[in-house]
Design a protein around this ligand. Structure first.
Ligand SMILES: [Ca+2]
Ligand SMILES: [Ca+2]
Ligand SMILES: [Ca+2]
Ligand SMILES: [Ca+2]
Length: 734
């Protein structure tokens, strides 16, 4: 194959003088993908150590580096610098997204908008007058990425945040709306607003624009704090911030929970007074979500606990109900899922934990919301987890929520299948839910139908409380051990859905399909449209007993790092298992699963080279599936000779027209070239490439020995990464 591919390449180059769309078989890539070098060859002596975010079209990547290059106006020592690489017709080019030192002496990237049009930095400024050694002031700067990176193009969001004179304070960034217009943070330990004086653990919302405002989140409809002594928790799930849209995309909804017993300081989970779930809408009204709803009454029957005012929160009875946990919302904030042991609807007659869905909107419809978003109320409440025979659902937690709110995937110990569904499952030879097992279910919020997916593994030979031979004997019993419990109990879990929720991709230790005979974790895809559960981490052409060795496979645990194309047909994952004959390095590599038409078990291809001397453990797919991004220190194109980590795109039908031999004149930093420049190690049978075209055609990967080890090691320890996932309430933030 290789010599045939070599001939093809030579012919193409000779005849056309340009080279593009070379077939993958000539490349060491097992598919119709071509390596493109995304980060630039010159990176100031450092690597491009982390992919921060990828645009949905795959033509833009925000990455992080400790180096200062591409005309960066500053070097943010220790925290790393963000850069935007964009794909043009001839190459990937890089611009800095770094606030100039003159306006941002100490700064860290906290968020990137989904379409990469803006970035948000938290900046420490000051010091307070008279407190020379302390950074006493903070601010957020937003930068539009289509503007030059100069001081005038960094805009202050709202205002400089100043603590009281001579008091040290810090802010903990928690999350922002997708459009970066609304920022939610905690201030520790001093209050930033008069209303917060004498309280602790308040959350603040900062809104930029022409009418900037700083306000408290955890307040009632008179503006007073709901809980003075217990923390207000953004999108709380077991006191962790959920990554599943605690702030809606435009910032109009902020979901939070807090203690509802007046004057209580019993905040800790084990000894807590009840916490209820609220949503702050448009910064103007607070609605209690986790309460019985009486749609015939104004404000859904909510009457304030204190003073009997209609619509005031907490609503009457909040302190006597069991706590509620936020489990995720749709990106527009119109659908929210939460769990509680409280009986909020008539059908819920057990004291076990149930999953509920509430819809938020305007009683007068969408037009009313457009004219006055503050008119929003809780419109409906549905018990999602329903045992048809009246037993306890015993919901353990939520695995994923579709961004459009159409599907939620959750784990329950109860058997929620109807006799009809059971019959269908048995008829299809599929497993059925077992009472007491950790059963994974899919809920369709339009049809209000629950369907069984599989049961997951909670310990050695155990699913929940049920002995389960599909769960390997070597698993551990506790959260954080080798088992699936992180999927529904932690928010660092490896599970994602497509935007429409039809496909769930997750990794599990369970032998969930007949072809999985190992004791290792595999990646699976569930199709809610067909009910088919498929193992994704197979072998390329059946390699390694078709992926049945004892190596784990996994996907990204971060929701803004896509693992599945939006049509569900392609999944990208990593594994140290030699799932391809070309994966010869015994290290973690990137693989793609192509489900094709949905018939058969799909096809796996090696994406990284399989021959690097370092593991490749993180990868992101573009929405359309055409681009697979990963970072590696291996030079995969001829001009990558620095031995430092770079961002690569294995792009479907990728590659660029080759630059003419004389090349274009270099500009700026590019003239400096890489710090080390040994000749590329070309493998026999390969063709060298003129400088300029940063794509890998017909050249085997350049295997670099340990070049500039120190720099590389430093470059791989970038600290600036957006942490949306699994932050504990204490000590988070940059
Ligand atoms: Ca219940
Ligand atoms: Ca397995
Ligand atoms: Ca496997
Ligand atoms: Ca490199």
């Amino acid at each position: 194959m290789r010599s045939w591919g070599f001939l093809v390449v030579v012919l193409v180059v000779l005849v056309l003088g340009v080279c593009c769309c070379v077939s993958g078989s000539a490349l060491g890539l097992g598919s119709d993908r071509v390596y493109e070098m995304v980060s630039p060859p010159f990176k100031g002596g450092y690597g491009a150590n982390a992919i921060e975010r990828v645009s949905s079209d795959g033509d833009g990547v925000v990455f992080n580096s400790l180096g200062a290059f591409a005309g960066s106006p500053s070097s943010l020592t220790g925290t790393g610098n963000a850069y935007l690489a964009r794909r043009g017709g001839l190459e990937w080019s890089t611009i800095p997204l770094v606030p100039p030192a003159a306006i941002a002496p100490q700064a860290g990237l906290v968020a990137v908008s989904p379409n990469l049009d803006s970035v948000l930095y938290r900046v420490k400024v000051g010091p307070n007058e008279g407190v020379a050694t302390l950074f006493g002031e903070n601010e957020f700067l937003v930068h539009r990425t289509d503007m030059p990176d100069t001081a005038t193009n960094w805009e202050l969001v709202g205002m400089v945040l100043k603590g009281p004179y001579e008091q040290r304070f810090d802010i903990n960034f928690q999350d922002s709306s997708a459009d970066l217009s609304h920022i939610v943070f905690a201030s520790d330990p001093v209050p930033l607003l008069a209303k917060a004086e004498g309280t602790s653990g308040q959350l603040y919302e900062l809104v930029g624009g022409s009418m900037p405002v700083l306000r408290l989140v955890g307040v009632n409809n008179k503006g007073g704090v709901i809980s003075a002594l217990c923390p207000v928790i953004l999108g709380s799930h077991s006191n962790r911030i959920s990554p599943l849209n605690p702030i809606s995309a435009n910032g109009g909804e902020v979901f939070f929970s807090t203690n509802v017993v007046p004057g209580s300081s019993a905040c800790e989970d084990d000894h807590s007074d009840p916490k209820q779930l609220f949503v702050r809408v448009s910064g103007s009204r607070t609605l209690e979500v986790s309460r019985p709803l009486d749609t015939a009454e104004p404000f859904g029957g909510c009457v304030g606990e204190v003073g009997g005012v209609a619509g005031e929160v907490p609503c009457k009875g909040a302190g006597g109900r069991a706590s509620a946990e936020f489990d995720g919302a749709s990106s527009d904030g119109s659908v929210v899922f939460f769990t509680t042991a409280a009986q909020l609807v008539g059908e819920d007659r057990d004291s076990g934990n149930d999953l509920y869905m509430a819809r938020i909107g305007c009683p007068g419809g969408v037009q009313e919301c457009e004219s006055d978003p503050g008119r929003k109320e809780v419109l409906s409440l549905v018990q999602v987890s329903h045992d048809p025979t009246g037993g306890e659902a015993s919901v353990q937690g939520v695995v994923s929520v579709a961004p459009d709110g159409s599907h939620v995937y959750f784990v329950a110990r109860g058997d929620l299948s109807s006799p009809v569904e059971r019959e269908v499952l048995v008829g299809e030879g599929r497993a059925v839910p077992q009472a007491g097992a950790d059963n994974l279910y899919a809920y369709d919020s339009m049809t209000e139908n629950v369907s069984f997916v599989t049961d997951l593994c909670s310990g050695p030979g155990l699913s929940g409380e049920v002995v389960d031979g599909a769960c390997p004997a070597g698993l551990g019993e506790y959260l954080g051990a080798r088992n699936d419990m992180g999927l529904w109990l932690l928010r660092t879990h490896e599970s994602q859905t497509t935007d429409d929720g039809r496909f769930l991709v997750f990794s599990s230790y369970g032998r969930l399909v007949a072809s999985d005979g190992d004791s290792a974790r595999d990646v699976y895809r569930f199709d809610a449209g067909t009910g088919v559960l498929a193992r994704v981490s197979l072998g390329e052409d059946g390699a390694d007993a078709n992926g049945n060795g004892e190596f784990d496979a996994g996907i990204s645990g971060e929701l803004d790092q896509r693992a599945v194309s939006n049509d569900g047909s392609r999944v990208v994952f990593t594994s140290a298992e030699p799932l391809s004959e070309r994966a010869v390095n015994g290290l973690s590599n990137v693989y793609e699963w192509d489900g094709g038409s949905g018939e058969g078990e799909g096809r796996v291809s090696l994406v990284s080279s399989g021959s690097a001397n370092e593991s490749v453990t993180r990868t992101v797919i573009s929405s359309g599936g055409g681009d697979l991004f990963f970072v590696t220190s291996q030079g995969l194109v001829p001009q990558d000779t620095d031995g430092a980590v770079d961002v690569y795109d294995a792009r479907l039908d990728g590659g660029f027209p080759q630059a003419p031999a004389e090349g274009r004149p270099c500009e700026g930093d590019a003239c400096q070239g890489p710090l080390t420049n040994p000749a590329p190690l070309l493998v026999a049978g390969s063709v060298s490439q003129a400088p300029g075209g940063n794509f890998g055609h017909s050249v085997k990967p350049v295997i670099k020995k340990k070049v500039r080890r120190e720099k590389k090691a430093k470059g791989s320890k970038g600290k600036v990464r957006r942490r949306r996932v699994g932050r504990s309430v204490g000590g988070r933030g940059q």
